[in-house]
Design a protein around this ligand. Sequence first.
Ligand SMILES: [Ca+2]
Length: 489
Amino acid sequence: MSMQLSQDDDRTIIRWLMAVATLSLWLALSSITLADDSADGIQRLPNIVMIIADDQRYSDFGFMGNARVHTPNLDELARGSAIYTDAYVPSSVCRPSLVTLLTGLYPHQHGVHFNHPPPGFAKLTKSPEIDKGEFDRLRQQAIRLIRDRPTLPRILAARGYRCFQTGKYWEGHWKNAGFTEGMTIAQPSGGRYGDKRIASGDWVAHGNGDHGLAIGRETMKPIAAFLDDVRQDPFFLWYAPFLPHTPHDSPEKFRRAVAANPDVKPHEIPYFAAIMQFDDTVGKLIGMIDEREMGDDTLFVFVADNGWAPDPAKFRNSTNQWDHTSSSKRSPFESGVRTPLLIRWAGRTKAARHSALVNTIDLVPTLLEAAGIENGPTELPGISLWASAVGKQTLSKDRAVFGEIYPGDASMIGAPEQDLAYRWVRIGSHKLIVPASHGTRQPWNNYLKSPALFDLLRDPQESNNLIDDPDLAGVVATLSKAIDDWWLP
Ligand SMILES: [Ca+2]
């Protein structure tokens, strides 16, 4: 039987041949691109490991000049890193700061300006009528703020990354922020940390990470299992152990090592021991990656979510530990908002110290550039630090960094300006802190009653308010304009 082709069949065949030709050309071009990448040893998609200290002051690292703390593993990481000594988190408390790392947005932009949604932590946990179902429903109110955002893990997952959440994380289930796997599921874990018994008698997940809080403090096994499973896939690891955060209940070996130094004061021992414990887990983590020969393909970032400093006058009998100073965690001062920032991708980044001011809003654009991802979110306020990290650019010394401070409880979701307590800005050595005005209400926590100006080079403790110095009127005007241009609610 002879085969007769109709005109329609001819067109079908021609279209098919053209499709094959197009696909072949695309494959050829793709293989050229891949060949180019492998020829000079560049992997297109680096693994990204984000190491986040929880409650550690910027100065309390060996590589930042404190010889009384034990941070050998972080010091080793720093030796090979682009070190940003004057980095800042916009907000000096966990959740808003962590969501900035996930989104690249300021708290007033991402909307998670609080640790606890309405009606606030005391009412959530102490009202007998709020049972577990109601507690979970009230916490869930805030989840849309992260679920509807192009977060770093969501963007990376769309490019084929496997994204694993461990440790501190307040956004409910790990899925909500776009991770592909994780430990935190917004249910009580029965573990040592992260559960809370509320007034109704029910056990609930406190909100800060539940099952995830076992990482570092109790186990590293979930990370080992993840690394064994990812094989050739690029991965993003969120490593935010609940350290050196309170409770400062570190194993005795860390306390003994810290206390052996006569220059360490009693009130510093529990906190310094927790720092040493945290650093020990960082060593284990990097060792696990090196053992699997993944080190050359892995970009490490280190940052603290906020500062913390022990107050010798605040001993708590109930916990046998010291509480933090009023000028560190939660405050607009340096011991709250400043952090070192490390970026290391062996063979790519250049070991150097950078004193230019940077902000953790810069990390999402930096990491997207490092991974060669060009079509990320367009409205990010930060700048990519990648060119400076690889030694191809010196950052401007004129840049302003900004931040915003809130109480831990939100009065309302979707209106951060209602809860705003302080805004701050730094340019060069000068820092201006502006309390928010809410009628007759005093600024939250009474850090300041009116705007204050500090010269951080001459007065790193921020004890000498220069706001009325006639010689600095121009500086005050410049900083005031900068902060209002940034955000004037
Ligand atoms: Ca924290």
